[in-house]
Design a protein around this ligand. Structure first.
Ligand code: ADP
Length: 604
């Protein structure tokens, strides 16, 4: 970009030369030429003025275009400074910005004519000029600060021998944000009013570009912070969701809140009673704030409560762990520096998520405790029932065998009823005991690789009389190369017997029962199908529920407790298989299960 003032200066010099020519020094014939030359010179000066204006406008336009394309604050500032220096022909240029929330200002960019950044020792500028511009909100031009009464006495002007100085305010949407300052230490009279006007115009555009870039940076930073926060919350969720163990959960919450709050100490207080003063569990250890009135205040308000660090105090942040309306605990964080609002907001989010996870873990723990209580109750009851049942059965058998004398027909039939009912009770007790063993993890399995046919033969052998009694056919379809299954011998027979027995019970006489097995990946899939009564859609969801039995009269006519399928499915699952069924009411049912074909699979 061309600086125009040196040309102007030469023109001015030429004009004064012509003016100083004495008429007698000019020959008679050249007088006319001299006047013409003088007129040309004036016209040239006017043309120059006009072209200077055009050049300024063109330069301004170019700068405004460049400024409009960048949102990078440093880049915007550098571009502004280089444009100002190039347009004014200044030696150095500075951009000062007001610090937020005060009248203080700071040099943000210092550039020289060669578009280089200046070192700090070269950045001494006239503070008086800058301050005047900031105070008045108007541009200032001094063509020789050394003699300018406004600035000549100022220390910086004197020490640094500043001569030409120009400074324009940076006004963005009516708001003063700083100033642009240019100077030349050697040359006086470098800048014109036109230059100041141009610098003012440029300053307006620069101020808007700077504000936009700042706004963008702030928005960008806020967005980046929010994204980082969301990422942190997602990571926390993932960790919390990985377990339902309450103690582990509390440890995770403690660790995360401490880390995210950059706190020196922190505690997770847990209450099961809904009040903070009774039965409080504290993690990791004794919390000195347990008896703080602040705790109760925070509890009542149900909002995070911060206390700013002050003399002898440490910053304390308290968050109630709330689940709906219920208070389930509190997170207490302590550090030396006070907490900022944005930190509080983020931690509040974090704690509210933690509260949900803790509550879930609490519920899970409660359910688990109830289930354990039920399991141990069943285990005791089944054990206690077995003893009298064995003796009832034993004495009934003795009576039947006539050990204590011959029995008449009626007495024999009564004994059979007693035996039959004891048998039913014994099935119930065995099923209940199996369930309690699976649930408490006490079920002992001894798995081995055995061909499915071995199990099947045994199950069918026992049930054959029942199938024959109802005239039902049993088709068995096993491929000869079926892989062996890895299972517990007795338990697999129990599963197969339950499915075949159900098919037998819930299929009318002369019905067909089919048993098919096929390899399926690393498993063998076994299906037991019948063309019996089927299962109505409304019953299908409850089929594996303990004690569920269909209302169908054919079901009610059969003996059963509604436990067989639920036990069978659990047994298959502990042997690492799955069980399911499909059925059409009135057409029949197919119950299927899978079992692994290798020990490795089962171990996984
Ligand atoms: P139980 O046979 O002792 O009632 P189960 O747990 O074995 O108990 O079966 C639960 C219920 O599922 C049965 O009462 C019956 O309503 C239904 N069910 C099971 N197997 C079949 C089947 N093959 N066909 C129709 N309904 C069945």
């Amino acid at each position: 970009m061309m600086k125009i003032n040196p040309v102007q200066a030469k023109l001015d010099a030429l004009k004064s030369l012509l003016r100083n020519l004495k008429p007698q020094q000019v020959p008679e014939g050249a007088q006319m030429d001299l006047r013409t030359a003088s007129r040309y010179l004036n016209e040239l000066a006017q043309d120059l003025e006009a072209s200077q204006d055009q050049l300024r406008l063109a330069a301004l336009y170019r700068v405004s275009q460049i400024l409009g394309t960048s949102l990078d604050l440093d880049e915007v500032i550098t571009q502004v400074m280089d444009a100002v220096i190039a347009l004014t022909g200044a030696e150095r240029g500075f951009l000062v910005l007001l610090e937020s929330g005060g009248g203080e200002w700071r040099v943000h960019a210092a550039r020289n004519f060669n578009q280089e950044s200046l070192q700090s020792q070269e950045t001494i500028i006239s503070r008086t000029v800058v301050q005047t511009v900031l105070d008045q909100g108007r541009g200032v031009l001094s063509n020789d600060a050394q003699t300018d009464p406004r600035f000549s006495e100022r220390e910086s002007v004197v020490i640094h021998a500043l001569r030409s100085i120009m400074c324009a305010p940076l006004l963005a949407r009516g708001q003063l944000i700083g100033a642009i300052y240019v100077d030349n230490r050697a040359q006086a009279g470098l800048f014109s009013d036109g230059d100041l006007e141009m610098m003012n115009a440029l300053a307006i555009q620069a101020a808007i570009a700077i504000e936009n870039a700042r706004l963008y940076t702030r928005t960008d930073q806020a967005l980046a912070r929010r994204v980082a926060e969301l990422e942190t919350l997602a990571r926390l969720d993932k960790e919390l969701n990985a377990s339902l163990e309450l103690d582990r959960m509390i440890r995770i919450v403690h660790q995360w809140t401490l880390q995210q709050a950059k706190a020196d100490r922190g505690w997770v207080l847990r209450t099961d009673s809904g009040a903070l003063d009774s039965g409080m569990a504290v993690y990791p250890d004794e919390c000195p704030y347990l008896k703080e009135p602040l705790l109760y205040q925070a509890e009542q308000m149900g909002v995070p409560k911060g206390r700013t660090a002050g003399e002898g105090l440490r910053a304390l942040l308290l968050f109630p762990l709330k689940y709906g309306e219920a208070l389930i605990g509190m997170v207490v964080l302590e550090r030396t520096e006070s907490f900022e609002k944005s930190e509080e907001d983020f931690l509040e989010h974090l704690v509210s998520r933690a509260a949900v996870a803790i509550q879930n873990a609490r519920l899970y723990q409660a359910v688990q405790q109830a289930s354990e209580a039920k399991t141990s109750f069943i285990s005791v009851v089944t054990h206690e029932l077995r003893i009298p049942m064995t003796s009832i059965k034993g004495y009934a058998d003795l009576l039947r065998q006539g050990v204590v004398g011959a029995l008449n027909e009626q007495q024999l039939s009564f004994i059979d009823i007693i035996r039959n009912n004891v048998e039913r009770m014994s099935v119930l007790v065995t099923d209940l005991s199996d369930i309690s063993k699976v649930e408490s993890g006490r079920l002992k399995l001894s798995c081995a690789l055995i061909p499915l046919k071995v199990y099947l033969d045994e199950a069918v052998r026992v049930l054959r009389p029942k199938l024959e009694a109802k005239g039902q056919s049993l088709e068995i379809d096993l491929p000869s190369d079926l892989p062996q299954v890895f299972a517990d011998y007795n338990r697999l027979i129990q599963v197969l017997s339950n499915l075949i027995s159900n098919a037998n019970k819930y299929t009318p006489a002369e019905g067909e029962i089919r048993l098919v097995a096929r390899p399926e990946g690393d498993f063998v899939r076994v299906e037991v199908s019948d063309n019996g009564i089927g299962i109505p859609p409304q019953d299908q969801a409850k089929i594996f529920t303990q004690f569920f039995r269909s209302e169908h009269p054919s079901v009610r006519n059969e003996q059963g407790w509604g436990l067989g399928l639920s036990v069978a499915r659990r047994l298959v699952e502990v042997m690492d298989g799955t069980m399911g069924f499909y059925s059409h009411e009135g057409e029949g049912s197919t119950f299927w299960f899978t079992l692994p074909t290798s020990a490795q699979e089962a171990a996984q």
